[in-house]
Design a protein around this ligand. Structure first.
Ligand SMILES: [Zn+2]
Length: 300
């Protein structure tokens, strides 16, 4: 069984609670995830929109430091290498959630790349000096447009999950490489502002990007719990739009309340089992691993 997850907030949980990424009682711990033949986990360094200047960059360093510490602490977690996925361990990739991490300085993008950042979102739900999130009506700023160019020059994947419609479509005008929505679902099925409408989904599919299915029930059905069947509807919707090769997983573990069927990573096998009852094994492998892995091989 293979598992590739584009988004989890476990680094923030570790930082706040002074716990280790290797062993903890959160939705993801490295130890609890050692059940897959291949496991790739993207860990987000979350930086609140309101942390301006060097405060944002320092928060990024603290969050990224949690991952660095885990690499030093255990050989059960290794940096993700797209050409060499190590079996039976956590292959970890670092992402940034919130463009305040850049602290307004474009040269920080190079520094973040050197520290392992391979995915980057320009803002969270609020407003940064780069773009506007879903709680605002701000588009991409001039600095945001420059940041997009700099990120693309470094082959850092741009993540649109928290962008509002204005920033999303502004980005489409400047982006030259495929981008992803690491943890968003379908607005058509669940009209939450964090979900993507069909035109946005089709644009990501047309650009050969990725859409990471989010397990947060509020984005699945608008309620506090959701069933496997309701989760499958989002997958079927994206497939119906022609996105069979663009669906991936963006759990949002440790960033949002999870459905009772998938409270933590060790229950992912139950979900796979359920998917196999309703989809061909080849499609299940695409959703749970292959699409994301192929995308990284093509774009990193
Ligand atoms: Zn998020």
């Amino acid at each position: 069984m293979r598992h590739f997850d584009l988004h989890a907030d476990t680094l923030s949980k570790c930082l706040q609670n002074r716990k280790s990424l290797i062993q903890n009682d959160f939705a993801i711990s490295v130890q609890r995830g050692l059940i897959f033949d291949q496991w790739v986990q993207v860990f987000a360094a979350f930086v609140p929109d309101e942390l301006h200047g060097s405060k944002g960059y320092h928060r990024f360093l603290s969050e990224a430091g949690q991952l660095q510490k885990a690499f030093e602490e255990s050989d059960q977690i290794v940096p993700y290498d797209k050409d060499n996925i190590r079996p039976g361990v956590c292959n970890a990739m670092l992402s940034v959630e919130g463009g305040s991490a850049m602290g307004g300085k474009l040269e920080r993008i190079d520094e973040m790349y050197k520290m392992g950042v391979r995915m980057f979102s320009l803002c969270w739900n609020g407003e940064t000096d780069l773009a506007g999130g879903t709680a605002t009506e701000v588009g991409l700023t001039a600095l945001g447009k420059e940041a997009v160019k700099e990120l693309e020059a470094h082959k850092i994947i741009i993540d649109v999950s928290h962008l509002n419609n204005y920033s999303f479509w502004d980005l489409c005008e400047v982006a030259e490489r495929p981008f992803i929505a690491s943890h968003s679902n379908c607005f058509e099925l669940c009209p939450h502002r964090r979900n993507l409408d069909d035109v946005q989904l089709q644009e990501i599919i047309r650009r050969k990007g990725l859409i990471g299915i989010n397990f947060y029930p509020v984005f699945i059905n608008g309620e506090s719990d959701a069933s496997f069947q309701e989760l499958r509807r989002h997958i079927r919707h994206i497939i119906a739009l022609g996105g069979e090769d663009c669906i991936a997983v963006g759990s949002d573990f440790d960033g949002a309340a999870m459905p009772s069927r998938i409270p933590s990573i060790d229950r992912i096998p139950d979900w796979h089992e359920n998917l196999l009852k309703h989809f061909d094994p080849e499609i299940v492998d695409k959703i749970t691993f292959k699409n994301a892995q192929r995308f990284m091989q093509e774009n990193l």
